[in-house]
Design a protein around this ligand. Structure first.
Ligand SMILES: NC(=O)c1ccc[n+]([C@@H]2O[C@H](COP(=O)([O-])OP(=O)(O)OC[C@H]3O[C@@H](n4cnc5c(N)ncnc54)[C@H](O)[C@@H]3O)[C@@H](O)[C@H]2O)c1
Length: 258
């Protein structure tokens, strides 16, 4: 039996893990509506997909609630329904507390946490109206463990773990499942920037060397690929995970099992 066409709303869909997820869901036959602040990258992604009507992009900053409300409404008007949400947009900051200015702290908290707050507020009513749905929040291995020099980022991702559990409890009766994905280092523009800065500071800019050192940290002996996260988001968004809610799923090559 052919399944009805489903629709997912993705934030930060223009690059890295978000872009891999847009592509993966499209390939699986879903409608995808994604938001991002980077219109150039979003256009590039749409072009590479052949500008299909099943994928639409709305420029929006996750810090702005009206922009997200409008984007969610656009999604439902375009595709008729909403089945899943992936709150993915986020930024990284490598710094301990004394090296973190208040503005830098505020930016991480605004994008990584306020952004998720607005994303859920804008989309959850559509899922409730439908009577079912799945939400996946982008956590990190730092939703589960702490890392050095990661004060603001770790705080934001730790809180996202709690948000996933809290939402799961509050909306289970509405038949809405909420889970978090917790990747370790995944090869994206974000992680390349972080590793490049680290290489600059400690290894004369030798990114190759830092990438190899980073890979050796993981029991599976390598850094992850964006599509490996997309596949987990797909599993958590689909009926294959119908009895799974309130979980934080490590996608980390075994890192947090150590
Ligand atoms: N790459 C990793 O190693 C890794 C590991 C664990 C968690 N994560 C998380 O995965 C998510 C995606 O990261 P990525 O590695 O794909 O990074 P990325 O920089 O490649 O992509 C992030 C996307 O989010 C968008 N974005 C940033 N701020 C935004 C805002 N205010 N409003 C709308 N869009 C915004 C960016 O324009 C970009 O397109 C982040 O939440 C990150 O914390 C990444």
């Amino acid at each position: 039996m052919r399944e009805e066409k489903k629709t997912i709303f993705i934030t930060g869909g223009a690059s890295g893990i978000g872009a891999a997820t847009v592509r993966y869901f499209f390939d699986k036959g879903w409608n995808v509506c994604f938001v991002d602040t980077d219109c150039m990258k979003a256009e590039g992604l749409l072009r590479s997909l052949g500008k299909p009507k099943e994928v639409s992009f709305v420029p929006a900053d996750v810090r702005e609630h009206q922009a997200l409300n409008d984007a969610a409404d656009h999604c439902v008007e375009t595709y008729g329904d909403l089945d899943a949400v992936f709150a993915n947009a986020g930024v990284h900051l490598h710094a301990d507390i004394l090296s973190t200015s208040f503005d830098a702290w505020q930016r991480v908290i605004d994008i990584n946490l306020k952004g998720v707050f607005h994303t859920i507020k804008a989309t959850l009513p559509h899922l409730i109206r439908k009577g079912e749905g799945s939400i996946v929040l982008m956590g990190s291995d730092q939703s589960l463990i702490a890392k050095k020099e990661s004060f603001a980022y770790g705080a934001s991702k730790g809180a996202i773990g709690q948000m996933a559990k809290s939402l799961a409890l509050d909306y289970a009766q509405e038949n809405i499942r909420v889970n978090g994905v917790c990747p370790a280092t995944i090869d994206t523009p974000l992680s390349r920037r972080v590793l490049q800065e680290y290489a600059q500071r400690h290894y004369d800019g030798d990114l190759e060397k830092v990438m190899a050192l980073e890979a050796s940290e993981f029991p599976l002996g390598r850094i992850g690929e964006a599509e490996e996260v997309a596949k987990a988001v797909y599993f958590l968004s689909s009926d294959a995970s119908s009895y799974i809610t309130g979980t934080l799923l490590p996608i980390d090559g075994g890192y947090t099992a150590q």
